[in-house]
Design a protein around this ligand. Structure first.
Ligand code: NDP
Length: 310
């Protein structure tokens, strides 16, 4: 397929934000090129069932939802390149995007490169991701009704997730590698006062164990090296996220946590014609539906920008 090297608008990244943006841009007849990345589809590709995406009362598999969004954009004229953008010059006019399949220019760019959940890095963690090992309590908490589960981490995310998970689980262990928490005092007070939460201090997960789904974790005491088993049905990794912004550093303003700064309720970045949506600019809500919503905002912003800049 011959893709014109100059485009009105290029979407870099996929996931619910990028695909929704592509649906709106293509319906506006802007024929977007989506450089969707080798790992196209974003974090939902690593989940199983999504129960909280509106419109799917029976739930929907994360990868199916992404595939359908992609198809919807394709139907209206979006083109996809399943490679990573390797370098961008967003200050140039037109903006320049390099990929292994060639260099493209665009009048406007939508960035939806997402964020990556920081993981512990164990092989067993990768194998059981989506089968007991999870990274989003809001997404997967409801699968653990009356089960004993754990959260790894000692920051605000870990305690917020642990507290939220007590709505479903019969018990939530917080597994932290030290004996003091990084989380804010308010979050700590709330978690400590919750009778369903039990802290296990000075431990790290040495192994996730289970054939098809998680059955237990093996914990290593970070002070003595001693090992012990903990039987749990689910383990939520909440040790932070890394926004995928490396390519934009030095070009766009980032917030104090490294996420792309967007102006007010818009998707405008610090460069005119460059818009950002989804988890790359949102470390607070991080939901498929909020990402999709922000993808729509970015498409409308890009459309208006192109209207005004010919
Ligand atoms: P943080 O970076 O604040 O905390 C990460 C936690 O994970 C730390 O306790 C850290 O341990 C632990 N950790 C990191 N790497 C590992 C590892 N390899 N193995 C085991 N443990 C590890 O990330 P959060 O996601 O919690 O928060 C990010 C930002 O978002 C913060 O600014 C936070 O305040 C904010 N936030 C605010 C919320 C709110 O106000 N409602 C909710 C959620 C987040 P250690 O302590 O030893 O470094």
């Amino acid at each position: 397929m011959d893709i014109p090297s100059h485009q009105k608008v290029i979407v870099i990244g996929s996931g619910p934000a990028g695909y929704t943006s592509a649906i709106y841009l293509s319906r506006a007849n802007l024929k977007p090129l989506v450089i969707e990345g080798y790992m196209s589809g974003g974090q939902l590709m690593w989940t199983t069932e999504v129960e909280n995406f509106p419109g799917f009362p029976e739930g929907v598999m994360g990868p199916d939802l992404m595939q359908n969004m992609r198809k919807q954009a394709e139907k209206f004229g979006a083109t996809f390149l399943t490679v990573d953008a390797t370098k961008v010059d967003l200050q140039a006019n037109p903006k320049v995007i390099e990929t292994p399949k060639g260099t493209f220019t665009a009048d406007s760019v939508v960035l939806s490169t997402g964020a990556t959940a920081r993981m512990l890095g164990l092989e067993s963690e990768k194998r059981l991701l989506g089968h007991g090992v999870a990274t989003c309590a809001t997404c997967d908490g409801a699968f653990y009704k009356e089960k004993e589960i754990a959260v790894v981490g000692g920051g605000d995310s870990a305690l917020e997730e642990a507290t939220f998970l007590t709505r479903f689980a019969s018990k939530v262990y917080v597994l932290h590698r030290r004996d003091t928490l990084k989380a804010s005092d308010a979050m700590q007070d709330r978690a400590r006062a919750n009778p369903k939460i039990e802290f296990i201090w000075n431990v790290e997960v040495a192994e996730f164990v289970g054939e098809k789904k998680l059955e237990k974790v093996i914990l290593r005491d970070t002070q003595t090296g001693e090992m012990r088993d903990l039987a749990i049905a689910g383990c939520f990794i909440a040790i932070g996220h890394i926004p995928n912004t490396t390519m934009f550093q030095g070009q766009l303003e980032l917030d104090s946590l490294g996420y792309l700064h967007t102006e007010g309720k818009s998707s405008k970045t610090t460069i005119p014609g460059v818009f950002a949506c989804g988890d790359v600019q949102d470390h607070v809500y991080r939901q498929a539906i909020t990402a999709a919503g922000s993808g729509c905002v970015a498409a409308l912003d890009a459309e208006r920008y192109l209207d005004h800049h010919g």
